[in-house]
Write a protein that binds this ligand. Sequence first.
Ligand code: GLU
Length: 304
Amino acid sequence: MNLQALIEDIRQQVLPFYDQGRVADYIPALASVAPHQFGLAICTLDGEHYACGDAATPFSIQSISKAFMLALTLQAEGETLWRHVGKEPSGNPFNSLVQLEYEHGIPRNPFINAGALVVTDRAIRHFGAAHGRLLDWLRAESGAPRLSANEQIAASEREHGDRNAALAHFMKSYGNLDHPVEQVLDQYFHNCSIEMSCSQLARAALFLANHGLSPNTAQQYLSRSQAKQVNAVMLTCGTYDAAGEFAYRVGLPVKSGVGGGLLAVIPGKMSIAAWSPQLDRRGNSVLGLEALDRFTTRTGLSIF
Ligand code: GLU
């Protein structure tokens, strides 16, 4: 199969979907991104790399950082992490407060904001500077030593972060946050503000396709079983309220972010990153979903 020709063709097919979604604007610094951009990149476990469109353009990875932070924290903490955060889909918006009250401050999963705040709190316990640890790890795995957070976006998130602050305070009142709310929020916002391209993201995610072992650095970050856990939670909780639609149309573990990125894993084979900033009403990239749907449909490469 000629994957390069395939992704070029998919790009042509999805470009007409421009303007069917909107760039996220609840974080004002994200709203200024040029809307008509689309990139797609694939890294295979055989060492092949395919890319098209704006695959080399850095964008705000936002919630895709949650998948990497989860993996690093799971590596450091092991099973007991799941006492602090669940692994069930929430069925609620990613920044919802209501469920937390019913469930005594234990977030449903690590990919809603409350869950990611708890994971960040645990990461601070293990690494001190959780954001620094994530950044160093991403730099090594993506082969891009100059990756960093966009300070302007981090500041914008902080300025408009009342809801995340509410989630954090609420969980602290239940004893499910060890560190000061301000510290956890600062690390979390910086993680979300990291900028990476599709090509860099796909490369950094290869360990998830390779049962926890990175082909980039030869490090075994997760056990086979833990890599399965992260992929499973991506499949069931990684795309906000659209995990059912993604499972149905794409059939892969995927993590999305409001910057318009989608990171997908084909266990045993490859990782794929798609990006286009216009989002559908559930917060997922319109062109990104169209592209992943076409990719798995035309190649037959899905986990189902
Ligand atoms: N930094 C964003 C927030 O906390 C992340 C949202 C997302 O990508 O899901 O609201």
